[in-house]
Design a protein around this ligand. Structure first.
Ligand code: ADP
Ligand code: AMP
Length: 221
């Protein structure tokens, strides 16, 4: 059976993290979200966190060099030998080339790139209603994935917050950066015959179903 060495590609707010969590539950592969890793560094007040905080809050991309080291260290860990989901990396052509180098060095190969295709209007709607638990990082949505109690985390009761970079003025900017820097990766991986496009405009259950079916087929290949 094939390993699931995957990239989840798509605009911010497409639902990459949401689907990834469900895939992790089913297949036990680690979810490597560079956004989560960087936010953890900011919360911890580490050297890395101090370096990236203002860049992240403004919606810009953190330097490729920092990402290279972060991803290389993470993919070197033992739990990645049985599969992984990269979410939020690579985010530009240079990072895709960096990933090629990292995978080669670690003797890993990519199984597929899952592209979650959603319109700009839908991602803006999803992001503006996204709320997160500052304690456990669980992600909710005020419309589609509501917490049981108004604005509290179901798991630990912590009041939910809106990410600084999810505020309306930053969201459009992040989408434009996605179009300019990240969307060329669709072509790059299409040319390599590695991309699978998923219609991610439906409900979470619908998107999960399409992704699970796709991953089953990949595993059997
Ligand atoms: P990404 O990781 O791609 O930035 P998230 O997984 O955080 O996106 O999802 C963005 C927001 O949209 C979250 O509030 C999430 O709860 C919600 N969401 C995710 N998938 C769907 C979906 N299929 N339909 C509606 N809302 C969704
Ligand atoms: P995300 O959680 O994927 O939406 O990422 C949140 C923010 O983290 C981005 O807007 C960037 O500032 C930063 N970030 C995450 N991944 C990367 C990456 N691969 N390259 C550069 N910056 C990144």
């Amino acid at each position: 059976m094939k390993k699931l060495n995957l990239i989840f590609l798509g605009p911010p707010g497409a639902g990459k993290g949401t689907v990834a969590k469900d895939v992790v539950e089913r297949y036990g592969v680690p979810h490597i979200s560079t956004g989560d890793m960087l936010r953890d560094a900011v919360s911890a007040g580490s050297e890395l966190g101090k370096k990236v905080q203002s860049v992240m809050e403004s919606g810009q991309l953190v330097s490729d060099e920092l990402l290279f080291n972060l991803v290389k260290d993470r993919l070197s860990k033992n739990d990645c030998t049985n599969g992984f989901i990269l979410d939020g990396f690579p985010r530009n052509v240079n990072q895709a080339e960096d990933l090629d180098k990292i995978l080669k060095e670690l003797e890993l190969s990519l199984t597929a790139v899952i592209f979650l295709d959603v319109s700009e209007d839908e991602v803006v709607k999803r992001i503006s209603n996204r709320r997160v638990c500052p304690k456990c990082s669980r992600v909710y949505n005020l419309i589609s994935l509501k917490p049981k109690k108004d604005t509290q985390c179901d798991d630990d009761g912590t009041p939910l917050i809106q990410r600084e970079d999810d505020k309306a003025e930053t969201v459009r900017k992040r989408y434009q950066i996605y179009i300019d820097k990240t969307s060329p990766l669709i072509r790059l991986y299409r040319d390599r015959n590695q991309i699978i496009t998923i219609d991610a405009s439906g409900t979470v259950d619908k998107v999960d179903e399409i992704v699970f079916n796709t991953l089953e087929e990949l595993r059997q290949d």
